[in-house]
Ligand binder design. Structure first.
Ligand code: SF4
Length: 382
């Protein structure tokens, strides 16, 4: 039985977040963005706890599991990762200041840590505390124009205005911050997105990120339509903003994965032992997102006797393209496709450990070892 009367799966989900350097406090949020995956994704994908963690619970997860960034260069550190499927708004928590203070005094904060917030709930004590911290602040101002922001978020007018005021407050206090914007097709095409940049011209925004969120087959069609912007259109928009305003926009979820050098090195290292498997045939299964990177890694390593196959998400569907949302059912479909398409007898099935929890079960609690029974092959998780 998990501590604090939490369902085991919820406990494990929080534990995994903290082990990955992500401080999440619950999935409650004051913004209710129309695109937010926590409103549309199947319940198994998010932590099913309809409240914020208590101070005791947060302290427990920090003390037991928070991995310091410096100790593990592969973790992606953030506090209140508002753009992840499984988090809400950090500063909505009544103990947000106490938690930040605790992280700071216990030496759990690294300089490259990032606080992510929708900007609606800052109080005086938060601002004072942030002034003293050497960490990045990324405000998710999905459209700084209030009417567009109202459309994208369901917060009240005063809440939305407050988020924009936060930006000015940061400016006046000399607090460095970045801005994240979610591009909506209509706002990209009718000039509102560009207006955001022209309005921010006098500000000292450290980093602009345009983040293209994912969606599933449960996401309403009109939102999918708004999010479905061709990558090239976004890249062209980024180039135009640079030309016109000399602002550098990082576009997330678009650029080729080959550019991700640290992930390339990590993968090369973890796949190295597979070169010693003699002429045993290996079937590498990966997410569509990781496909070009793994293809490159395998080629550079001169791996022998293998086939690489991207696996589509049939269970969650939509634009799901990361390994974390793939299930055993998806892998079974992919292997059967490979075999019926004339594939060789498989000795080893090599797949991402990101699809499974510490018990080696997927989001539907199905064990990865079911694949060994079905296909009479050995499973290797990397
Ligand atoms: S601010 Fe982030 S967590 Fe909150 S509703 Fe919007 S996308 Fe979701």
């Amino acid at each position: 039985m998990a501590p604090f009367n939490m369902p085991e799966s919820v406990y494990q989900a929080y534990k995994s977040d903290f082990q990955n350097g992500v401080v999440t406090l619950g999935n409650l949020c004051s913004a209710k963005c129309t695109f937010c995956s926590q409103y549309w994704n199947p319940s198994g994908v998010i932590q099913n706890l309809e409240r914020l963690l208590t101070w005791e619970e947060v302290k427990h997860f920090i003390d037991e599991y928070l991995v310091k960034v410096g100790e593990n260069p592969h973790v992606s550190p953030s506090i209140g990762s508002a753009l992840h499927a499984n988090s809400g708004e950090f500063f909505l928590h009544p103990n947000a200041a106490r938690i930040l203070e605790y992280l700071k005094t216990n030496n759990k904060l690294e300089d490259n840590q990032m606080v992510i917030s929708n900007g609606m709930n800052f109080r005086k004590e938060h601002i004072e505390l942030l002034k003293g911290l050497k960490i990045g602040i990324q405000l998710s101002l999905f459209a700084t124009d209030v009417s567009a922001r109202m459309d994208v978020m369901k917060g009240s007018l005063s809440q939305n205005q407050r988020a924009i005021d936060t930006l000015d407050l940061f400016e006046s206090q000399g607090i460095e911050y970045g801005v994240t914007i979610v591009p909506y097709k209509k706002y990209l095409r009718n000039g509102v997105m560009e207006k955001i940049f022209s309005d921010l011209k006098g500000h000292h925004v450290k980093e602009f990120v345009m983040h293209k969120p994912g969606y599933t087959k449960l996401t309403p069609a009109n939102i999918v339509e708004e999010l479905n912007i061709p990558d090239q259109e976004l890249l062209d928009f980024g180039a135009m903003i640079w030309d016109k305003y000399q602002m550098n926009v990082r576009i997330e979820g678009v650029l080729p994965v080959e550019k991700n050098v640290s992930e390339f090195l990590r993968l090369s290292k973890s796949l190295e032992p597979l070169r010693n498997l003699g002429n045993k045939f290996k079937l590498f299964l990966c997410s569509p997102k990781a496909h070009s990177l793994i293809k490159l890694v395998l080629r550079k390593m001169e791996m022998q006797d293998y086939e690489l196959k991207p696996v589509e998400s049939h269970v969650f569907g939509g634009s799901v393209d990361c390994a974390g949302l793939l299930t055993v059912e998806d892998y079974v479909i992919a292997i059967n496709e490979y075999l019926t398409g004339g594939g060789k007898k498989v000795d080893f099935i090599v797949m991402s450990k990101r699809s499974f929890d510490i018990n080696k079960e997927d989001l539907k609690m199905v064990s990865v070892y079911k694949l060994e029974e079905i296909f009479n092959a050995k499973v290797l998780l990397v």
